[in-house]
Design a protein around this ligand. Structure first.
Ligand code: HEC
Length: 504
């Protein structure tokens, strides 16, 4: 699938690339000093959002209440049930086998580390998720989480979250997965052995992902159908693909834009792809440093990108990407990609045939690609392109700025109010916050497409609601679906009804 698609693009690119190459040959390289140059002034304007967060009286902050201590042998969930918004739950070192659901605001889950011993959530390879929160202002810190099948820490429409200082090893599909959240931080976590993304920011806004180490996973850090995200100072190594900004088609939120990848180490991401076959990330070629797919306004600045065998940076549109369908409501192109100074070397040394073919269109036979652009990309720019081995960016403009120094982060000064959920919207919010983590409308994600599910359960919402409470294995080539029995029967029916009527 990938082969035919990329090759089709090669023919098109080939039709005009020759001219671009000869044109470029006679030109002296444009040198742009990255020290003291202009600062990026586009992107996000926080004023509108700040006005919105003026009304924060209803927000209960974590750490403002009492403290509950959970001892080894106790059940964390018992403490969560007793806790009131604002309370802290301290978990003493020990091993806990459970799933913790947090549906209150302002809860701080804080592991106690004693002489290096951590509070450990151990899923024994049978539990699905370690921590699921739907409350706002939730903090999860200082835990060790291992051997779950679904997610280590998943946020379901909770705002103002802080997830930090956790060690996460082999927890199934996603490591840290805030879904549908606004104004959140993921920092200082060490995450490895994840079948999809170690850090997956899904359908979220105003996110800061910093100082994490992610490795031995299929995708390192993924910014997906999200806006205003900064990913900086992370160590991203030995994954299949390192940093990704993209749009998954068929999800209810249709855009990804305003993303900054800066000052990260993106090194040796050559791990063979071990994602569930057919899933979106299963299409990432091993050896991809940074991938931009259909996302707009992505700035790549100050990263050290080395040893990624397919390419340092790949920019593609949906038409040239494997395992994607076209969503008529999402623009498939990666527009306004901005590549500033990065240190890139020793990338593309064992690349895929498609990239070799693209390189040939620009008569580059020996060089190994740092930057590969395939498909449509409008309004993109780059500085100091002569430093890199590149294909598909000769005709990009020179950026009129050299750094993003004026932007510290995209977080809001005040916590945003909780998402206002009307009873009539329960089904929709549950669908957005939970189901779309694994189901898209038309394509295969982790689970089958919603279109197929609609055909199966057309007039039977109750049957669907019953299935998700206690899913049985139906398809040999899919993983098991985790039970959603923590949702009340009413919410299960509401989400079933909603899933049966969505149309994109
Ligand atoms: C962690 C991933 C994941 C999440 C989250 C998830 N699903 Fe699934 N779902 C799957 C997988 C995988 C399958 C395929 C299971 C199989 O065929 O054995 C599936 C299958 C299904 C099916 C098909 C049942 C059938 O009879 O064929 C329905 C219906 C469904 N999911 C509904 C939902 C709803 C509603 C939600 C949200 C409340 C949801 N799923 C959340 C992964 C997920």
């Amino acid at each position: 699938m990938m082969k035919t698609k990329i090759l089709a693009a090669v023919l098109i690119v080939g039709a005009f690339a020759g001219g671009a190459y000869y044109g470029a040959q006679n030109r002296a390289p444009v040198f742009t000093s990255s020290a003291g140059g202009a600062t990026y002034s586009g992107g996000y304007d926080q004023t509108a959002d700040t006005a919105m967060s003026d009304n924060t009286s209803g927000v209960v902050l974590a750490g403002s209440g009492k403290t509950w201590v959970v001892e080894d042998g106790d059940v964390i969930m018992d403490a969560v049930k007793q806790a009131a918004p604002g309370d802290t739950i301290q978990i003493m070192p020990g091993t806990y086998h459970e799933t913790v659901y947090i549906d209150k605001d302002g809860i701080r889950i804080s592991g106690v580390i004693e002489e290096g011993k951590r509070a450990t959530l151990h899923g024994e390879g049978r539990l699905n998720d370690a921590i699921l929160y739907s409350g706002n202002n939730v903090v999860v810190e200082n835990l060790l989480i291992t051997k779950y099948k679904g997610n280590a820490i998943m946020g379901q429409a909770g705002n103002n979250f802080e997830i930090r200082n956790n060690v996460i090893v082999d927890t199934g599909v996603y490591g840290v997965f805030p879904q549908l959240g606004k104004n959140g931080v993921v920092e200082h976590n060490v995450i490895s052995g994840i079948e999809d993304a170690a850090i997956y920011v899904g359908m979220s806004d105003n996110i800061h992902v910093a100082h994490n180490e992610v490795f031995d996973s299929v995708a390192g850090i993924e910014i997906e159908n999200s806006r205003h995200a900064i990913v900086e100072n992370n160590y991203v190594h030995n994954n299949t693909g390192g940093l990704l900004a993209f749009i998954t088609p068929g999800l209810p939120i249709k855009t990804t834009y305003d993303v900054i990848f800066r000052n990260n180490f993106v090194v040796n991401n050559n791990t063979p792809n071990f994602a569930a076959p057919g899933s979106t990330v299963a299409g990432i070629p091993a050896g991809t440093g940074i991938l931009v797919m259909a996302a707009d306004q992505v700035i790549v600045e100050g990263n050290i990108i080395t040893g990624n065998k397919t390419a340092g940076i790949i920019i593609t549109d949906h038409n040239n990407a494997p395992n994607t369908t076209i969503d008529p409501e999402s623009d498939p192109a990666s527009d306004e990609v901005m590549i500033l100074d990065n240190l890139m070397m020793n990338n593309g040394f064992d690349t895929i045939d498609e990239v070799k073919a693209l390189m040939l269109t620009e008569f580059k036979t020996r060089d190994n690609a740092d930057i590969v652009r395939v498909g449509v990309s409008r309004g993109s720019c780059i500085i100091n392109r002569h430093r890199y081995v590149h294909v598909g960016v000769s005709d990009w403009d020179e950026c009129d700025f050299t750094n993003t120094d004026a932007i510290d982060d995209y977080l809001l000064d005040e916590p945003v109010p909780p998402r206002d959920i009307d009873q009539s919207e329960q089904g929709k919010v549950t669908y957005l916050g939970i189901c779309t983590g694994c189901h898209t409308y038309t394509g295969r994600m982790i689970g089958p497409p919603v279109e197929i599910i609609q055909a199966l359960y057309m007039d039977d919402p109750q049957g669907l609601a019953d299935y998700i409470a206690n899913p049985v294995k139906k398809r040999d080539d899919y993983p098991e679906m985790p039970p959603q029995d923590y949702l009340s029967p009413e919410i299960r029916l509401a989400v079933a009804e909603y899933m049966l009527k969505v149309n994109n």
